[in-house]
Design a protein. Sequence first.
Length: 487
Amino acid sequence: MTPASAASAVSAGRLATLLVSAPTSGPGYLALAHRLRELVGDGRLPVGTRLPSERALAAALGRGRATVTRAYDVLREQAYLESRQGSGSITRLPVSHAGRTDHLLVPRGSTEDSIDLTIATLPAPPGTADAYRAAVEELPAYLLGTGYYPTGLPALREAVADRYTRRGLATSPAQVVVVAGALAGLAVTAQVLTRPGDRVLVESPTYPNPLSTLQARGVRLVATAVDPGHGWDVDAVRQLVRAPRMRAAYLIPDFHNPTGALMPTEVRHELARVLAAAGVTPVVDESMVDLALDDAPLPAPFAAHSPGAFSIGSASKAFWGGLRIGWVRAPADRVDAVAAARLSLDLASPLLEQLTLLEMLRDEGPIRRHHRERVTASRAALLGALARELPDWRSVPGRGGLSLWCRLPAPLSSALSVAAERHGLYLAAGPSFAPEGGLERHVRLPHTLPGPLLEEAVRRLARAWADAPAVARRGAGGTSGRSPVVA
Ligand SMILES: Cc1ncc(COP(=O)(O)O)c(C=O)c1O
């Protein structure tokens, strides 16, 4: 890993406050190193921050200088700190802990200075390591049991049910089945609701991975358009649901991925009515619902208008993807079918992660605020850079979500993504989000990376856009189709 360049410095006084506000047990240099490592690990001391001198921190903490010196030495050994002549001690993360190391998620050919815009998800918020630690503390109480909770840890089912009830959808814990993320929830639900040869209504554009899940089940997809400015077309849905064997409708009404659109209450109501009249079950993906970027009240959940709907939730976006926890909220008389379907895939979700999520849910305000501040700042940086570098691209920022769905002046999205790779930029082209092909006039741009990185990404994007027509003429664009992994 190349040496981190210092983005900012933290003063001795500020660092002493961070350290003191969350003391660890056991005094001495190891405890100090441990706490500093946590602050770096969960982002409260961002990578690239210059730490105060050993003398200054020792004075601020009222400790001996040797304690700080030895703590810094430990951090250097563990690759959390890098000291360079003239630059002081700069925070970093060990290579093995950084980034997306699974080869399926790292775009082919990417290097350390590549910028990856194929994934719209956030790093773990501050306090995640603390939540895991608190969960470990609770673990002994469970160790004499089997550890298997096929429908989920009762306390977590209760907490999830309470959240639905608070959002305006009365829910009992018995209606909640905890699964390994929203995609697993969709796979389980598809098993309950569909048979090979059935039809499922999907939005276009839509989040791509469920399309593969549905297709693997032998289901035929029928697409209805969602537009960031105009939203859902209920009249079109009314026509489409007349097709034979139309069983379910996969919808993302709460900060739709990729457009960020939020379905208004009256559209929820009308769409629910149209689907119910046609005997089509809504499958409502609420993975993004906690990513509102303002304080205005949100509409009640779609299922509040549709008693037969299945709702799917996830901790991946609102908390952290590494938890791998999601859930299905089903109508009371369908929960047994959901549980049976889940047992055909896996037996239960990991106990430690369920306990950890429960900890995070106990005090989710700070986590929400942290994510919101980061996403808001990143989105402003992205919009500003696009206005400067690519003024003829169009986007309609929604009230929430993690990405912009940009309209290009020409249908060159696949050529653009091929051209971008040559500038070290990885994109998910429009066709990745298209259930029936097309969408070459669009590209999804996530605003989850820090602002300065997004500004650099847009500079590369502008260069790639200039190259895209030539790439398309050579026939190198337009054929990339759906990317294997877009998250
Ligand atoms: C709309 C939507 N559904 C599902 C998922 C996958 O969520 P999980 O990580 O919980 O499987 C994502 C993640 O990008 C998403 O945006």
